[in-house]
Write a protein that binds this ligand. Structure first.
Ligand SMILES: *[C@@H]1O[C@H](CO)[C@@H](O)[C@H](O)[C@H]1NC(C)=O
Ligand SMILES: *[C@@H]1O[C@H](CO)[C@@H](O)[C@H](O)[C@H]1NC(C)=O
Length: 347
């Protein structure tokens, strides 16, 4: 009898241990620790109190979500990051921008797509059906931080070109986001869609390296001499036919693909690991780079620094319907070496 009680206690202890180990460690952070870690300095005591209250709300959200995750209700965890003292509205204002759909991108282009849909089948036949990870193939640069005023669409477009250039040349070179900020006519904070930046890059014939045309902060004067140095040559771009995850996978099998998503939800804001499954809608407000996929998820590179998410990345669930997770299939495109697409668009 005594033994039985002991055994029961051991089982109970084990159960508690499993729950505890699955529980989030990040939410144990205090506001003081948070301020230290992310170098937060507030203007006044009132402001600090307000931030502390928002931080507490974030902690409550994190604890609730991760407790639910431990109970099997979510496939991903959230945690404290540098955005934990921002309201959803502030986060929206500073880190995501409503991405305008560019209508002239669509109709003429669909007819001229040279998307290799056979890629997926080729993947199946060579035993690589579980997907691809361009990071392991040397085609992805380190995670960047767009900063408060950065336009994520510029980062996604430039990084897609880095991918194409690495795959075709064998050289992984960081390309210039500053060139696009200065020269595309759509500087830093003022919006602009993915396609507008792909058009600029194609029209210019390519991009200079980040080493030659380095980041200088806000938008400045376009350096014409550097703009003309095409370290990576680009002739056009292709739009992935929307509303089809298979076609997006086929495109990603060729190279990293720039996509637009809705990213203004608290769960996305504070994602730390696992397979992100929403909730999120399809009001596209952010741009990121899909650098690979597995049967289960897309491997997505963000531009909010390496301390955000899973070392700067987020794994986003596949197989959720035509629009894809957070609208990921709706506005996807990648650069091409030839000018076929550009010509059709009457640039
Ligand atoms: C999605 O694309 C694949 C590959 O091109 C095609 O076989 C499939 O029918 C498409 N699905 C839909 C719903 O259009
Ligand atoms: C596209 O390339 C072809 C051949 O290289 C060239 O003749 C044509 O002028 C180019 N079109 C545009 C719009 O740049």
């Amino acid at each position: 009898m005594k033994l039985l009680v002991l055994a029961a206690a051991a089982v109970a202890a084990l159960a508690v241990m499993t729950t505890v180990s699955a529980a989030p460690t990040p939410s144990a952070m205090t506001f003081e620790e948070f301020k230290d870690k992310y170098n937060k300095v507030y203007e006044s005591a009132e402001e600090e109190a307000r931030r502390a209250a928002i931080f507490q709300e974030s902690l409550d959200f994190i604890e609730k979500h991760n407790a639910e995750a431990a109970a099997g209700m979510h496939t991903y965890l959230v945690g404290v990051n540098e955005f934990a003292d921002l309201t959803r509205e502030e986060f929206r204002q500073h880190h995501v921008t409503r991405l305008p759909f560019d209508d002239d991108k669509r109709d003429p282009v669909t007819a001229t797509l040279h998307l290799d849909e056979h890629a997926v089948h080729a993947a199946d036949s060579n035993g690589d059906s579980s997907g691809i990870d361009w990071r392991k193939r040397g085609a992805v640069t380190p995670v960047r931080n767009q900063g408060q005023c950065g336009n994520p669409a510029i980062f996604a477009a430039v990084e897609a070109v880095e991918g194409m250039h690495a795959i075709s040349s064998g050289n992984l070179v960081e390309l210039s986001t500053q060139q696009v900020i200065d020269c595309s006519g759509t500087p830093g904070c003022s919006g602009g869609s993915l396609v507008s930046f792909f058009k600029y890059i194609a029209r210019n014939g390519g991009l200079d390296s980040a080493a030659d045309y380095p980041t200088s902060g806000a938008g400045g004067q376009c350096n014409k001499a550097k703009e003309a140095r095409h370290v990576a040559k680009v002739g056009g771009y292709s739009v992935v036919p929307p509303r089809n995850e298979t076609k997006l996978a086929a495109a990603v099998f060729k190279m990293p693909v720039a996509v637009a998503i809705e990213a203004d939800t608290p769960s996305f804001q504070m994602y730390t690991s696992g397979v992100y499954s929403g909730p999120c809608g399809t009001q596209l407000d952010h741009a990121v780079l899909v650098v690979g996929y597995t049967d289960e998820y897309w491997i997505v590179k963000n531009s909010w620094g390496a301390s955000w998410g899973d070392q700067g990345y987020i794994m986003m669930k596949r197989g959720v319907g035509a629009a894809g997770i957070c609208g990921i299939t709706l506005d996807a495109m990648y650069p091409t070496a030839t000018n076929a697409t550009v010509a059709t668009l009457h640039l």
